[in-house]
Design a protein around this ligand. Structure first.
Ligand code: 5GP
Length: 192
């Protein structure tokens, strides 16, 4: 990267599972230029619709733990038992050095950790679901998680909602069209 070129900014999207965050992030990536998605590493099982290297870098628990030991993560967490998730330093730097803005779709605690590390270079956005009831319906209709996994995700959602006021901004995902417009407007203003 040329010396006078700016490093990309960090756009962090966090929300309880099922709040529509991933769909919003996908929309944003398709409608705004100069963004690149930070692919996280995880030790959870790959879902049938996911692609290694695109949705996540799927690692075994051992591989993941080796990378923790060699200090390769900006942040990592055991989001669910035995399901480790983390942001690789190499991924963030690779994108930022191209001058592109980095988009994160990560859990609430991880999101706040990245915000703390990068300060004003980062915007932390909380995607608020209309209610826990709606979350439950969305997780059930998504059909990718079994009953036990859904219960775990819902229990975590209630905990995560309590962190919403620590974020720079909150997008309420009640009306999807409005949420999309709000997201684009907020990001355009921040990266300008
Ligand atoms: P899922 O299994 O549904 O893909 O993701 C479960 C949770 O892990 C979501 O809240 C997702 O945002 C979060 N997650 C994904 N990648 C990362 C990461 O790199 N770090 C952290 N802390 N959480 C992540």
């Amino acid at each position: 990267m040329a010396v006078n070129e700016k490093k990309g900014k960090l756009l962090i999207f966090s929300a309880p599972s099922g709040s529509g965050k991933t769909t919003l992030v996908k929309y944003l990536m398709e409608h705004l230029g100069n963004l690149s998605f930070s692919v996280s590493a995880t030790s959870r099982k790959k879902r049938s619709n996911e692609i290694n290297g695109k949705d996540y870098y799927f690692l075994t628990v051992d591989e993941f733990r080796r990378k923790i030991k060699s200090n390769e993560f900006v942040e990592w967490e055991e989001v669910y038992k035995d399901s480790l998730y983390g942001t690789l330093k190499s991924e963030v730097e690779r994108i930022r050095n191209t001058g592109k803005n980095v988009v994160f779709d990560i859990d609430v605690v991880g999101g706040l950790n990245i915000k703390k590390l990068y300060g004003d270079d980062a915007l932390a956005i909380f995607v608020m679901p209309p209610s826990v009831e709606v979350l439950k319906t969305r997780l059930e209709s998504r059909g990718t998680d079994n009953e036990k996994e859904i219960a775990t995700r819902l229990a975590k959602a209630e905990y995560e909602l309590s962190f919403s006021d620590k974020f720079d901004t909150i997008i309420i995902n009640d009306d999807f069209k409005k949420a999309k417009e709000d997201t684009v407007a907020i990001i355009e203003k921040f990266i300008k």
